[in-house]
Structures are given as C-alpha cells and as structure tokens.
Design a protein around this ligand. Structure first.
Ligand code: GLA
Length: 379
C-alpha cells in the first residue's frame, strides 16, 4: 500500500525538502450498472483502496514538472502552452490542466512526484484515478474549491477530448466523490449521488482474470454507444434511461435484433441498479447478489462484452459458498469481475477461487478484498 510517508520520502529524495501538499485519488470497482452511464442512467460503484497519489509543492512560474515513480519518467510543461506529446501517463496530467484552463480556472504550476497502485488496463479506472489526482493537485495548488461533480466533468472532458477515449462519467465521478465504507448510487444525468451502505457482514472481492482488453476495445465501446443512441432515436427518447422496460418489451420489434439486445441490456440494467441500491438500503445481501448475477448474464448475452475467462471466473465465484453474487465489471472484454461475499470467509473464498481459476484458465489471477475508500482528497 502506498502511504503518506512513502510519498514524502520520494518527494524529499528528488526535491530536497518535504512536499507542501499530498493528494490521493482512488480507482473504482462497479458493483452494478454497466454501460448505463452514457445512457444517462444509474451506476453503483465504490472507490477502492488502490489509488494514484501526488506529492507536490506549488511554483510561481507557471510550469508543471512531474516525476512518475512507476514509469521512471518525467515531464515538464508550461501552463500557457500545453501541447500533446506521446508519453501516455503525462498526457492525463496535461489533459486535465488543459480542461481546467478551458473552463476558465486560473491554475498555478507545481512540481512533484506521482505514483499509484491501481492495476492498469484491468477495468479499475487507473486512468480516471490519474486524471482526478491531477485535478485534485491543481485545485489544491491553485486554491480552487473541490466541487466533485464539476471536477469529474472536467476530467471526463480531458479523457474524451485530450486522450480521445469516449467514456462516460462514472469513473471520474466515483474517483472524485467516493465515500468511505459506502457504494455510491450515481444518477448520471443529474450527477446526483447517494451513498449506500453494504449489507452487514459482506465484503467486496475484486477478481482480476489476468486478461486485458485488446487494442480494438475502444472501437467496440464506441460501437455499443452508437447502438444505444440508435435505439433511443428509434423510440424518440433523449436517452435509453427514458425508455420504460415494459414499453421496450412491447415494441421491441421496432429495433434491429442486435440493437434490440443492446437496448434490453441497458434498460434492464438501469432497473437492476435501482433495485440493487434498494436492496442495499434494506441490508439484503441475497437480493443484491441475485441482481449482480442477472447483470452478468445480460452483459454476456445481450451486450456481449464478456469473454471466456471472465465467464469462467464469475461461474467459479458464484459456485462458492461464501458468494452472494458475482459479475464482470467495467467496460468489458477483459480485466476484472466483482463479487459480493460473506466477510467472515473472505480468505478461504480468495484462496479457493484463485486455485480453481488457475487450473481452469491456466492463468494466475489476483484477488483483492477491498474496502470502500473516500474519493479524491488531501491527505
Ligand atoms: C468504462 C467507461 C465508463 C463506463 C464503463 C462501463 O469504464 O470509462 O464510463 O461506461 O466502461 O460501465
């Protein structure tokens, strides 16, 4: 685990003094509500303990100078002339500076170190964590108040327009506004939040299949977005959030069969996400688990974003006595599944599932039992 002490040491080793500020922004795992965010719908993620940290001290010359400990790399740029280069991690920092300035915010420069422990490409939002950590750093250095939803939108703008990935708002929003010990129901149209408690005696397990999205994933994500937009247009609604499940089922023949399945996933997933939040409020772990299981089937068969290893992992997890429910999580096509499990048997769950997956898939998984952490913060 990365700590305040570790960051202070890394900063002091390079800048010869203690940092003035330390910020942290977490990755996330989504309990339920997948590919609903860009349909103006509902998601139910939690911020995780894995995070990106920055230790910094402000500068007065409008320059940003950052050393990445993980990539053994550094970047320096002037806030008055930010240009794209190809060093990927640094583009997230630059893109956020660009988006904040475009929004009219006056930024101060800073120098510092950045490091993180969010597994990359695993569907745990390592890129949103860098963006939100950068935004938190610029806000702290420039005395800009932390308005989570506003900052999340600016980070999403950086992701969409600077990095060129057309993602929704979920990842940046939960990294900016996560709540310790809670999942957060996010209404992605109004950007309103409700922190919901976990059923007593449960824990969240992140099951990394050791598979990663392939290069073509971006185009598959965009293709899904397009299909959702097509379905909304056919029904004359602003977004699929506005399509009542009963109406979709009655009039499903209006859609091309493939688009119909895509729409059915989104519309039923929105309903499941609201039901899942209700189950959490009621402390009903079995109901929440059943909704997660149903979500997996919908992603596998209707939205078609799973893969064999994710299905294998989910089936192994679901078959374990400690498991209330499991599903693949995140954008899909590789990465992680998430399971709601009974906390008192978390260790045996992790060991048993890892062993079974290893022999079934011939891959070495990582299993993390995670607590819900706070969103972006000064530490
Ligand atoms: C990725 C995107 C999110 C969301 C999920 C799917 O993580 O960044 O905006 O669309 O996929 O739920």
């Amino acid at each position: 685990m990365i700590s305040r002490e570790r960051l202070t040491q890394e900063f002091a080793a390079r800048f010869g003094d203690d940092p003035k500020l330390i910020v942290r922004a977490p990755g996330r795992v989504n309990l339920i509500g997948e590919h609903t965010d860009y349909n103006d719908g509902f998601v139910l993620p939690l911020a995780i303990q894995h995070a990106v940290w920055i230790a910094l001290r402000p500068r007065n010359d409008g320059t940003v100078s950052v050393i990445s400990i993980d990539f053994d790399d550094s970047v320096e740029f002037s806030l008055s002339g930010i240009v794209k280069r190809d060093s990927l991690w640094a583009e997230y920092v630059k893109g956020v500076a660009w988006a904040m300035r475009e929004a009219g915010l006056t930024l101060r420069g800073w120098e510092g170190v950045i490091m993180g422990d969010v597994p990359m490409g695993a569907g745990l939002s390592s890129s949103a964590a860098i963006e939100v950590a950068a935004a938190r750093a610029f806000a702290a250095a420039s005395d800009i108040p932390w308005e989570a939803a506003r900052m999340a939108k600016l980070c999403q703008r950086a992701e969409n327009q600077w990095i060129g990935v057309n993602s929704g708002i979920m990842d940046q929003m939960i990294s900016a506004a996560g709540v310790e010990g809670r999942a957060v129901l996010i209404d992605c149209r109004h950007l309103t939040l409700e922190a919901v408690p976990f059923p007593a005696g449960t824990a969240v397990a992140i099951l990394d299949t050791a598979t990663r999205r392939e290069l073509a994933t971006g185009s598959k994500y965009n293709e899904r977005r397009q299909q959702c937009d097509d379905a909304a247009r056919t029904f004359g609604v602003k977004a699929l959030r506005d399509l009542d499940p009963a109406r979709l089922m009655r009039e499903i023949d209006r859609l091309d069969p493939l688009v119909a399945r895509r729409a059915r996933h989104v519309v039923t997933e929105n309903a499941r996400t609201l039901q899942a939040a209700a189950a959490m409020r009621a402390g009903d772990a079995d109901e929440l688990g059943a909704l997660m299981n149903a979500s997996h089937i919908s992603m596998r068969d209707d939205f078609e974003i799973s893969r064999a290893e994710l299905d294998t992992m989910v089936e192994i997890a679901q078959a374990h006595a400690a498991c209330c429910g499991a599903r693949m999580t995140g954008g899909g096509f590789g990465g992680c599944a998430v399971a709601l499990i009974r906390a008192d048997t978390a260790d045996s769950f992790a060991a048993d599932v890892a062993a079974a997956y290893r022999s079934a898939a011939q891959l070495v998984p990582q299993i993390y039992i995670t607590q819900a952490s706070a969103g972006a913060e000064l530490v």
